[in-house]
Design a protein around this ligand. Structure first.
Ligand code: 5GP
Ligand code: MN
Length: 334
């Protein structure tokens, strides 16, 4: 948590006459949008109308969240977003810790004279003016809750705020299952339910959103799942042409990588996908226990993330990337 000195400085910055911007990472997920909107709704109770900015668009299944439609998508509104950063007094940076994770808007933030406040749970944060970084917490949404509590603003968590914060905790813990899900996480979740978050509604609106074409796409990916290294590493992959054939939509492959991890004996799952827009392979890694995919992805695939969930990229073709991965994995000692 921030020091008491930092908290009192931040509290002074949180005034209705200040321009407050909340920004989160590229390809925003439930925790990114949930923490950003959760904080935005809480700040409303201080009379502050904060602006939420994302680098690129986010999946439809997160758009039910209150005021999700007002989120500024930088790739569609470059000029407006440049202006917002130029005028900002305070920039909250949520659910990422390096400016390279937010694409071209990273430069605008670097140039801005606003106070930059980081709240994030990924490994190895860069420098910001105020840093609350804790890799033991499963979701940035939980950290936003701790932050508001530390400021004495728990009462500002309205029903809208609670619904958003609940969503991010639910998605980043894989439905309250992953390792860093703690008793504290559950206590906070209980408080969020008391404040109006409805577990059935949130689960249904976020996760029961499959289309038949997405299930067909999943069945294709699952039909060729490959397990290597004595049954401990699962490999899944998908080509751009296949995504297009099934009428791919943003976020359609979210969660596919987890199926690899559900295979008995598998400790690491890797999902390789040709990017739908640009010429590179997007990779998702998931693991169990102490197998550190953050380190693995940093070492071999220009990526990063958490110990048990990380992402990376490759500039090779999908075939060559898979070949390289198989070679690397056979030599790794885990
Ligand atoms: P996903 O596989 O869901 O895209 O990402 C898993 C985790 O790794 C997320 O926490 C995400 O922020 C992080 N991550 C994904 N891609 C990258 C990347 O290219 N670089 C870094 N540093 N982190 C990434
Ligand atoms: Mn997160």
């Amino acid at each position: 948590m921030f020091s008491n000195q930092e908290l009192s400085e931040i509290k002074k910055l949180l005034q209705p006459d200040k321009e407050i911007v909340i920004v989160t990472h590229y390809n925003p997920d439930g925790d990114a949008i949930g923490s950003s909107l959760g904080l935005k709704h809480a700040l409303k109770n201080l009379g502050i109308d904060a602006t939420v900015v994302v680098p690129n668009d986010f999946p439809k299944f997160l758009k039910w969240m209150p005021e999700a439609k007002q989120v500024m998508v930088s790739e569609f509104k470059r000029k407006k977003v440049a202006e917002i950063f130029h005028n900002a007094d305070v920039i909250f940076c949520l659910d990422f810790n390096t400016l390279s994770r937010i694409g071209f808007i990273g430069e605008w933030i670097a140039r801005s004279s606003a106070a930059k406040i980081l709240i994030d749970h990924h490994q190895m944060p860069e420098e910001f003016d105020y840093v609350y970084s804790d890799t033991s917490i499963p979701a940035t949404c939980q950290m936003v809750y701790h932050f508001l509590e530390a400021l004495g603003l728990e009462e500002c968590i309205s029903e809208d705020s609670a619904r958003c914060l609940y969503t991010g905790i639910m998605t980043d813990t894989g439905g309250f299952r992953f390792r860093s899900t703690s008793a504290t996480t559950h206590r906070i979740v209980a408080n969020l339910i008391e404040k109006g978050a409805d577990p059935a509604q949130i689960t249904s609106d976020t996760w029961d959103t499959n289309t038949v074409s997405r299930l067909h796409l999943l069945s294709l990916v699952l039909s060729r799942i490959e397990v290597v290294k004595d049954g401990t590493v699962a490999i899944l992959w998908l080509k751009r042409e296949e995504m297009e054939r099934f009428g791919f939509e943003k976020g359609a492959t979210e969660g596919f990588v987890n199926y690899g991890l559900s295979v008995l004996g598998v400790k690491m799952s890797a999902f390789f996908m040709e990017d739908i827009q640009d010429d590179f392979i997007k990779i998702s890694f998931r693991s169990k226990d102490d197998l550190d995919v953050n380190l693995f992805s940093r070492s071999y695939f220009s990526g990063g993330g958490h110990i048990n969930a990380a992402g990376g990229r490759s500039e090779l073709s999908i075939e060559d990337t898979l070949e390289r991965f198989r070679n690397i994995i056979e030599k790794e000692d885990f």
